[in-house]
Unconditional design. Structure first.
Length: 340
C-alpha cells in the first residue's frame, strides 16, 4: 500500500488544482476524480505547467452514483473531498444541489471509512455558517455557527453546503470517527486562476474589471486566498490539532466597495470601469427579481460580517495572506488569461 496516496475528488475544480499542486510538491501520490474525459485532459495540462505530474493519476467517477468510490479509496491513506456544485446562478429549486453535494459527500466518506483511511479533509464554505435570520449588526461568524437551511434568505448553494457538511459530521460522529475529519471553510476565494476554466469565484473579479457593476452592492465577505485554502487542506492531513475541527480560512472581511478600491489602485488601466459608489439597497432588491445571483446578496445588505480566524492560523501554524494580495493575484491572473 502506498503510504502517502491521496484521493482528491473534483480535481478539475479551481481550489482542487491548487491542492493537487501542494500535494504533489509535498511528495504525495494523487488519484484525482473527474466527471469526464474532457476535464481530465485540461486539468492534466494545467497541472503539468506548475508541478511534476509523475505521481498523478485519474479516475472517472460520478458523485450521484455509488459505483467506483470504494475501489478508488482502497489504497489511499487520505481523502480530500472538494467536489461540490457551485453555480453562478441560483435555482428556484432550493434542494437542487443537495443530491450531488450531500449524497456525494456521504459516498466519498463511506468509501473512506470502508478503506480505513487515516484522515478525511472536506471542503465546505463559510456559506454553511453565516446565513441565518435575526443577526446583529455587525455579526460574528465562528466555528460553531451554522446556516439556517429553512430560512428564506438561504439559496440552493447555501442549503447544499450546509446539509453536506452537517451530514459529514453526523456520519463520522455516528461511527465514533469525528477525529478523522477536518473541515475547511473558506470565505470568498480569490487568488491565482491557473487556467481559463470558468469558476464562480474568479467570475466576480472578471465582471468587476469588465465594468459590469456600475455600483458596488453594500455587503462584505471574508476574503480567502486560494493558495492558503489549498495549503490548509494539505497541512490538515497530518496535523492532529485540527482533528474534528472546522477551520475558517481568510484574513480580512472586505466590503465590495473596498474590493473595488483595491482593484482601482492595483489596476489603474481598469479604474474607469470599476464601481466608485455603493449601490442603494432598494436598487439591488429590484435587480434581484431579474438576476438570481443578486438574490443571494439581499439578506446581507447593510450588515457587516466579522470573524476571527486566528484560531485556524494557530492550529495550522500558518499566516493567512492579506486580502489585497489575493485580490491582486486574482486580477492579474484574469488579465493574464485574457478574460477581460
Amino acid at each position: 500500500m502506498t503510504s502517502k496516496k491521496v484521493l482528491l475528488t473534483g480535481i478539475s475544480g479551481w481550489i482542487a488544482k491548487h491542492i493537487a499542486i501542494e500535494l504533489l510538491n509535498a511528495g504525495h501520490e494523487v488519484l484525482g476524480t473527474v466527471r469526464n474525459q474532457s476535464s481530465l485532459e485540461k486539468t492534466k495540462k494545467t497541472l503539468s505547467e506548475h508541478v511534476s505530474i509523475d505521481k498523478l493519476s485519474f479516475v472517472e467517477l460520478d458523485l450521484l452514483k455509488d459505483e467506483g468510490w470504494n475501489e478508488a479509496a482502497k489504497d489511499c491513506k487520505f481523502i480530500i473531498h472538494t467536489a461540490s456544485p457551485y453555480p453562478m446562478k441560483s435555482s428556484k429549486n432550493r434542494e437542487a444541489l443537495v443530491p450531488a453535494a450531500k449524497g456525494g459527500t456521504l459516498r466519498v466518506l463511506n468509501a473512506g471509512i470502508e478503506a480505513n483511511v487515516e484522515k478525511i479533509v472536506l471542503t465546505s464554505s463559510i456559506a454553511a455558517m453565516f446565513k441565518r435570520p435575526n443577526r446583529t449588526n455587525p455579526y460574528n461568524v465562528g466555528e460553531n455557527d451554522w446556516s439556517d437551511t429553512e430560512w428564506s434568505g438561504s439559496n440552493d448553494y447555501i442549503i447544499s453546503k450546509t446539509k453536506a457538511e452537517k451530514a459529514a459530521w453526523d456520519l463520522m460522529e455516528s461511527k465514533g470517527m469525528k477525529d478523522k475529519l477536518t473541515v475547511i471553510n473558506p470565505g470568498g476565494v480569490n487568488g491565482d486562476a491557473l487556467d481559463d476554466k470558468e469558476n464562480t469565484s474568479t467570475k466576480y473579479v472578471q465582471l468587476f474589471l469588465k465594468g459590469k457593476y456600475p455600483m458596488a452592492p453594500n455587503f462584505g465577505i471574508l476574503i480567502s486566498d486560494v493558495k492558503d485554502v489549498a495549503k490548509a487542506h494539505v497541512l490538515s492531513l497530518k496535523n492532529p490539532k485540527v482533528n474534528g475541527r472546522r477551520l475558517l480560512i481568510g484574513s480580512e472581511v472586505k466590503k465590495m466597495l473596498e474590493i473595488s478600491k483595491i482593484m482601482q489602485e492595483e489596476f489603474p488601466q481598469y479604474a474607469k470601469k470599476l464601481p466608485k459608489k455603493e449601490m442603494p439597497n432598494f436598487m439591488l432588491k429590484l435587480i434581484s427579481y431579474l438576476d438570481s445571483s443578486a438574490k443571494l446578496m439581499v439578506p446581507e445588505l447593510g450588515i457587516l460580517m466579522q470573524t476571527d480566524t486566528s484560531y485556524a492560523e494557530d492550529l495550522l501554524d500558518m499566516k493567512f495572506k492579506p486580502a489585497r494580495d489575493s485580490i491582486k493575484d486574482a486580477g492579474n491572473s484574469v488579465i493574464r488569461l485574457g478574460l477581460v
